[in-house]
Structure formats: structure tokens, C-alpha cells
Design a protein around this ligand. Structure first.
Ligand code: ADP
Ligand code: MG
Length: 308
């Protein structure tokens, strides 16, 4: 099956109606809503590196979209569309059918359109998705806005996907395969949160980005970080390794003034957990039940040398 048949059979049917030009021409064309800024991001998933080789193709499709929508959510943006650059080792029609269904299911759940892409042959399966969204000018929630005294909040249980990666076929497998980008929460936090990101490389490292960019520090109360039952049963060091250094959580981590947090909770019913506070001293102090705790690992890094 040739490139063009793959595109028309598996992807062109996903072209929506309310796009000026969608899949099929050289480029897609969209009319942006009036007075909105374009927000864009791209994330690549490589087989064997970002997902285990035996991951079901439907889950690969879902996750490739979800991780990008999570980045848009982390700015408070409204997702609009995606472009899909796909490199395949060979043409496996059963695989393509399931993969494109996973893409379509995630797009549909979050009201997003597939508007274009590229299809190539390569020895390794790789999926690169560019996501586009909108935001009102100067509204985006950046990493650099955390203020001393702000509360640090996460949107759900942390470490589940890292646990699932190390315990194949556990009850937490779905958290690894089907992350749920916190799109509605991200948008609801506009005007409330002072800084935000999504947790993809481990809470410690990701929170570190907010602290660095905002030139502040934090006190984290580790016992307040919510975890699944499977993690609660682990010894503290192993659990904290998954919670602080794991990855693939795709929950939001944000900072917010105590006043705004109170107001936000009065108006919204999202699951939220306060896990610490922002302090002036530019270090991150980890406490477990008021005792200082020294974590061993701090997150995933590409290109990191073993000696680093
Ligand atoms: P060109 O050669 O001009 O780059 P292509 O032949 O690569 O165009 O693609 C033809 C059309 O199909 C374009 O509209 C492109 O966006 C779309 N397309 C190609 N691959 C994919 C894909 N995997 N998913 C979605 N759209 C795709
Ligand atoms: Mg091309």
C-alpha cells in the first residue's frame, strides 16, 4: 500500500468540516478566531523509548495525541487541531487501523481535528504530533509566574504510570497507555494560577522548571502527594522514586495564591491536591511528616550520561 492510499484510507476520513483546507493539499488552512493568539507545540514518541514495543496500537495513537494536548492544557490553551508526522517500518494494515482509531478517539474526546501530516518509511516507528490551540493575548499560564507564598497543587495521583511501566499488566496499566490531558482544568485556571506545567518527566524535575523560571524555591510535603493504592503499599524510598522521578503522569502542577485557590475551589469541582508552598529561598526542601527527606532520583533526561 502506497503513501497516498495510507493517508486517504486511515487519516483523510478524520478531516473535519470546519477547516478551510484540511488533509489533501500541500498545507492546511485555518482561520483563527478573532483576537486569539496561536499556541503550538510538538512532541515525538519513539517505539521502545517512549512506549514499550508491545503497546497496543490504539493506545499508541491515543497517547501521541494526549501528550500534546497536555502541553496545551498546561498553558490554559484551548486545543484546536493536530498534524501527524508518522514514520513506519512497514505497512501493517491491522496496526494502522487501530492506531488511527486511537488518534481519532482522543481527538474526538477533546474536540480536536487532524488537519495534516506526513507519512514516511523508517526502520523505527516514530510518531511526531504538532498541536495547535488558541489563547487570549497575555492570558497563558507560564512557568515563570510563581510567587512566594503560593500553594503548589497537582491535579491527581502521581507516579501511577511509572509504576505501570515497571509492573506490566498491573491495574495501573491504563494510566500509562491512556493518559488524560487536563484540558478543562487548564482553561478553568486562567486568571487563577500563577504558574503551571504538565508533569511529563517526573514531579521533582518538572516542578524544578517552575522554581528555576520563577526564581523561587519550595517546601514539598511528600505525604500530601496523592498516590494510587499500589504505590501506597511500597516502602517510602521506592514510592518517592516513582512519585518524584517517574514520568508520564500528564497531570497539571500549578502554583496559586491561597486566596485564589479558595475562590477556585468554591467555583469548580476539580480534583486538586495541595502539596507544598513556594518559598523565597531558591531550594526545594522535601519533607515527609515534618522530617527532611532526601530523594534519590530526579527525573528523566534524554542525552543524560551515566556519569551525570
Ligand atoms: P507533500 O508531498 O506536499 O508534503 P504529502 O504527500 O506528504 O504532501 O501529503 C499529502 C496530504 O496528506 C497533505 O495534506 C498532508 O498534510 C496529508 N498527510 C500526509 N500524511 C499524513 C498523516 N500521517 N496524517 C494526516 N495527514 C497526512
Ligand atoms: Mg510529504
Amino acid at each position: 500500500m502506497a503513501e497516498f492510499s495510507i493517508i486517504s484510507r486511515y487519516f483523510q476520513s478524520l478531516t473535519p468540516q470546519n477547516i478551510n483546507v484540511g488533509i489533501g493539499d500541500d498545507c492546511a488552512i485555518i482561520t483563527p478566531p478573532a483576537q486569539m493568539q496561536l499556541v503550538s507545540c510538538v512532541d515525538t514518541l519513539i517505539a521502545g523509548r517512549h512506549f514499550p514495543l508491545d503497546t497496543p496500537p490504539h493506545a499508541i495513537g491515543w497517547k501521541s495525541v494526549a501528550v500534546n494536548l497536555s502541553d496545551l492544557a498546561a498553558m490554559g490553551a484551548t486545543p484546536h487541531s493536530i498534524l501527524l508526522a508518522l514514520s513506519l517500518p512497514d505497512i501493517d494494515e491491522a496496526w494502522l487501523a487501530e492506531f488511527s482509531r486511537g488518534i481519532a478517539d482522543c481527538c474526538q474526546k477533546y474536540g480536536v481535528q487532524l488537519i495534516g501530516g506526513d507519512t514516511t518509511q523508517s526502520p523505527t516507528l516514530s510518531i511526531s504530533i504538532t498541536a495547535l490551540g488558541w489563547i487570549k493575548p497575555d492570558q497563558a499560564i507560564l512557568r515563570s509566574g510563581a510567587q512566594v507564598g503560593d500553594v503548589i497543587v497537582v491535579s491527581g495521583k502521581i507516579g501511577s504510570a511509572a509504576y505501570a511501566l515497571r509492573h506490566p499488566h498491573s491495574p495501573l496499566q491504563h494510566t500509562l497507555d491512556y493518559p488524560e490531558p487536563q484540558v478543562a482544568l487548564g482553561q478553568a485556571l486562567l486568571g487563577y494560577a500563577s504558574a503551571m506545567l504538565d508533569i511529563s518527566d517526573g514531579l521533582a524535575q518538572d516542578l524544578g522548571h517552575i522554581l528555576d523560571d520563577s526564581a523561587v524555591g519550595a517546601i514539598l510535603n511528600l505525604e500530601q502527594i496523592p498516590v494510587a493504592d499500589e504505590l501506597a503499599q511500597l516502602d517510602l524510598n521506592t514510592r518517592m522514586q516513582l512519585v518524584l522521578g517517574g514520568g508520564d503522569d500528564y497531570h497539571l502542577c500549578f502554583t496559586i495564591s491561597p486566596d485564589n485557590l479558595k475562590k477556585f475551589k468554591q467555583q469548580h469541582a476539580f480534583e486538586l491536591y495541595s502539596i507544598g508552598t513556594i518559598q523565597q529561598q531558591q531550594t526545594c526542601l522535601y519533607q515527609y511528616q515534618q522530617q527532611v527527606f532526601h530523594p534519590q532520583i530526579l527525573g528523566y533526561q534524554h542525552f543524560a550520561k551515566a556519569s551525570d
